[in-house]
Ligand binder design. Structure first.
Ligand code: ZN
Length: 176
């Protein structure tokens, strides 16, 4: 298989525990709300990248690629139509800043940003709105390796989390 034909295949075995949780019909707790409750002291451990006044940015623990992040409003609402005024403004600005920060830091060929609506579409937490920001590279080289090691991936995510936090702070200051 050449690199070009591989680029669109998302083979992500580390997502299996997550997918299995749906097969069993278990409902998962809302980790956005959990991280918010646990406080900033645990942000490194929880892979929380950033908190703005109304929004939260976290690393996706079941990523499609390196640097796959999730942007959520702090309020537990299912849809972007539930956001208004300052909250909506903060949220949209945070999504924009995340795209810019991921671009600056990881230099992907493109960035996918999107909202899944409903569980079938792939949303794990359909009750709490989140936008996926996913960097993609034309070469498969920078995707997570198939012979993944969970410990290594977690360490890598913690590194990205910390550097992304700095970059995001800088980008948000520029946008202010
Ligand atoms: Zn929530």
């Amino acid at each position: 298989m050449d690199v070009d034909s591989r680029r669109d295949i998302f083979y992500t075995p580390w997502r299996l525990p997550y997918i299995r949780s749906f097969v069993k019909g278990r409902s998962i707790t809302c980790f956005f709300c959990q991280y918010l409750q646990e406080g900033e002291d645990k942000d490194d451990l929880n892979l929380v990248v950033y908190r703005t006044r109304h929004s939260l940015v976290v690393m996706n623990r079941y990523p499609y690629s390196r640097g796959h992040i999730l942007v959520a409003p702090k309020r537990h609402v299912p849809s972007i139509v539930d956001l208004e005024g300052e909250e909506l403004e903060d949220y949209v600005k945070t999504v924009k800043a995340c795209i810019l920060a991921v671009r600056n830091l990881l230099r992907p060929d493109e960035v996918l940003a999107g909202i899944n609506i409903g569980r079938v579409a792939g949303a794990g937490l359909e009750e709490h709105l989140h936008v996926h920001v996913i960097p993609r590279w034309y070469s498969a080289r920078l995707y997570l390796p198939l012979d993944f090691n969970e410990e290594e991936i977690y360490r890598d995510m913690q590194n990205i989390c910390r550097t992304l936090r700095e970059e995001l702070r800088r980008v948000l200051q520029d946008l202010a």
